[in-house]
Design a protein around this ligand. Structure first.
Ligand SMILES: Nc1ncnc2c1ncn2[C@@H]1O[C@H](COP(=O)(O)OP(=O)(O)O)[C@@H](O)[C@H]1O
Ligand SMILES: [Mg+2]
Length: 158
């Protein structure tokens, strides 16, 4: 499903492997400098999606939730900055410098981006919603930056 302006798609994930596949398809299309906001409740699958994004960036090691450490950095084809704002307010994240330092060859992915609403420029927003199915998730991807519309090709992934 694509909306009228062609900037939003919805993909149905049937389990964690689907979500990782979708993440990988996103990661393999990134070029550097992108900021990706991830939204959804606890256990929605945000970290699972980032595991896929990391694979798509050529990162091989484990990708764990950064909710305690706030930030984890992985090196692959591009550097992945993986943030989790669960324990912070937006103001605290700003003050800690977590919402700055986005470089041309970095990809920044932010879990619990609801906390940073309005505080950060985003290229892509991904919302993950539980569906009635046990492992079902709807993954709604919005290209806020028109230059990233080609990323919506990931629709065909699952
Ligand atoms: N379709 C799905 N996509 C992602 N995770 C799923 C899915 N179905 C079940 N799960 C499970 O839900 C949990 C998601 O955890 P996680 O990715 O850490 O969520 P979050 O980071 O949003 O809190 C994992 O235990 C995962 O196995
Ligand atoms: Mg998480």
């Amino acid at each position: 499903m694509v909306d009228d302006r062609g900037t939003t798609i919805r993909i149905e994930s049937r389990g964690p492997d689907d979500t990782r596949k979708i993440g990988k398809a996103i990661g393999s299309r990134l070029r550097g400098g992108e900021v990706i906001l991830l939204k959804g409740t606890l256990g929605a699958g945000k970290t699972t999606l980032v595991q896929g994004i990391a694979r798509g960036l050529g990162i091989e090691g484990p990708v764990q939730s950064p909710s305690f450490v706030l930030e984890r950095i992985h090196r692959g084809r591009l550097e992945l900055r993986h943030l989790d704002l669960y324990r912070l307010t937006g103001a605290e994240a700003l003050e800690a410098g977590l919402l700055s330092e986005m470089g041309e060859s970095d990809v920044t992915v932010i879990e619990w981006a609801e906390r940073a609403e309005g505080l950060i420029r985003a290229d892509l927003e991904v919302r993950i919603e539980k569906t009635r199915e046990d492992q079902g998730r709807s993954i709604i991807i919005e290209a806020r930056n028109p230059a990233l519309k080609s990323l919506l090709e990931v629709q065909g992934t699952c």
